[in-house]
Ligand binder design. Structure first.
Ligand code: GLN
Length: 491
């Protein structure tokens, strides 16, 4: 019997050892739950685990091993995975870490979840997040925050903090998150793992609770580029159930060979001079640029003149879309219902008051105000114009370069309670938000620890729309230098 705990398994390892019959998929589930039992009281990554479903999927994998069809049509056969809890999966609740949906049972399964399960992956559970994906620390979760496995006094980032922490802690090699303004890339950076936000429209949003429908993207967390590429291959299918999802035609496992010879990498000077960027993160990004240059890529200075307006535009567009998406949680058709009110109007008011936390309410108020007559023209309309300018900036830049290198987050993980001013928290995404606004791909790759805090730093790679392979290729060159992500020692 293989010694599970001595080695951090990647998806690729699991596939090899299952094929060799070193262990069974059922053993993987048992072992995964042993690790979870040990660490979960400290880390709080899950909103719910689903061992029964994992064991059922494992039995199917084991049957395929027996009849020699293992892995044939299943690229993640027997690989344990987790899903952010805004993704519907039959047999589990989908809570969005909110009181509003605390008891909501999924009535169907999201396409992204099906994409992995259909490839033979084992569903271990649903992962903690900021309420309705509003936030950068998981501190707004009704289940309490997840902890950063590298330092449990610090946040894992957010909103997909549970997903990032679970992969960093070694629960499983792949987890899914969602990213509306940075919620995959920022927690990946804080937890020292890989996090990919594909181009808008590569991965289906069907069955994922909507935050900002024109900004939301689904993507994987992983520790190696090989695993990240496998996950991308599983997720990249066109989905007739999401009319914005056209998928991608690339085999992502073929582009991660570390070869960036002649590749043009854009460096955004204004990003590296931005107020709020810490020196240690700046140094790491400059170092990553050198690594790419030494691997024969060409560095090209570029400008994104309108990117500085991205946060302002996002905090108009995001809340407007969130306000309209969250209207359905009305205590009548959906969501938490406070009983004992004389009529529906008071029930509605009371339920939305208790069902939503402060940050969710703040977004709803903001969105409803910004979309009101007279105000709309002053804020929403110009924000859409800014969106066009930012999109054009990226288009212009990508005429000169194949990929852009930037910080993922201006700083390393902060302590719980350290940032209490919402406007300060919003700056966490200063380098990621413009990518959601333009719709192209972005990812964070861990480039070691900062010289001052000793905590993980993520380098962000940004790709032209529907050319996500460019950023995966550049990241694979970084991986050859820095090595894959390390599992955190939880103390
Ligand atoms: N932190 C940003 C926000 O609070 C982005 C969140 C996200 O990407 N889901 O809106």
């Amino acid at each position: 019997m293989y010694e599970f705990n001595t080695k951090p398994f990647t998806a690729a390892d699991y596939l090899i050892h299952l094929k060799d019959r070193a262990f069974r998929a059922t053993d993987i589930v048992e072992n995964t739950f042993n690790v979870i039992e040990k660490l979960e009281p400290t880390l709080n990554c899950f909103t719910e685990t689903c061992k029964e479903q994992a064991l059922a999927a494992a039995a199917a994998t084991d049957a395929r091993v027996k009849d020699h069809t293992f892995g044939e049509n299943n690229i993640l056969d027997g690989v344990p995975v987790g899903f952010k809890d805004n993704m519907n999966m039959l047999g589990t609740n989908t809570t969005c870490s909110s009181q509003m949906l605390k008891n909501y049972k999924s009535t169907y399964t999201a396409t992204c979840v099906n994409d992995l399960l259909g490839e033979g992956a084992l569903p271990i559970g649903k992962l903690n997040m900021d309420e309705f994906a509003f936030g950068s620390s998981t501190e707004t979760s009704v289940f309490g925050p997840s902890k950063n496995p590298h330092d449990i006094e610090r946040v894992p980032g957010g909103s997909s903090g549970g997903s990032a922490a679970a992969v960093a802690a070694g629960y499983f090699p792949i987890a899914l998150g969602s990213d509306t303004g940075g919620s995959i890339r920022q927690p990946a950076s804080f937890c020292g793992v890989i996090g990919i936000k594909p181009t808008y429209g590569v991965v289906s949003r069907y069955g994922v609770v909507a935050f900002g429908s024109s900004l939301d993207a689904i993507g994987p967390f992983a520790r190696t580029m090989q695993d990240a590429a496998l996950a991308m291959n599983a997720l990249k299918k066109r989905d007739p159930k999401d009319c914005t999802c056209q998928g991608a035609d690339v085999d992502f496992t073929t582009v991660i060979d570390g070869n960036v010879k002649g590749m043009k990498i854009g460096i955004v000077k204004s990003f590296l001079e931005a107020e709020g960027l810490t020196t240690e993160v700046k140094h790491k990004i400059e170092e990553a640029a050198k690594v790419l240059e030494e691997a024969s890529a060409e560095l090209v200075e570029i400008e994104l003149p309108n990117a500085k307006a991205a946060i302002s535009a996002y905090y108009v567009l995001g809340p407007c879309e969130a306000f309209s998406n969250l209207a359905r949680f009305d205590s009548v058709r959906y969501g938490y219902c406070e009983e004992g009110h004389p009529d529906l109007a008071t029930q509605y008011e009371a339920s939305r008051k208790t069902g939503f936390g402060d940050e969710a309410r703040r977004r709803i108020f903001l969105g409803s105000y910004l979309l009101s007559a007279g105000v709309y023209e002053q804020y929403y309309y110009p924000a859409q114009q800014v969106r066009t300018l930012i999109t054009q900036d990226y288009k212009n830049a990508f005429e000169k370069v194949d990929c852009i290198l930037a910080p993922a987050s201006p700083r390393t993980a902060f302590k719980f309670g350290e940032i209490s001013d919402p406007a300060q928290m919003y700056l966490s995404d200063m380098f990621t938000i413009s990518i959601n606004i333009a719709g192209n791909g972005g990812m964070s790759f861990p480039v070691g620890n900062g010289e001052d805090t000793g905590l993980p730093v993520g380098a962000q790679l940004i790709a032209p729309a529907f050319k996500d392979e460019n950023m995966l290729r550049a990241a694979s060159a970084l991986e050859q230098h820095y090595g894959p992500a390390q599992i955190a020692e939880v103390e």
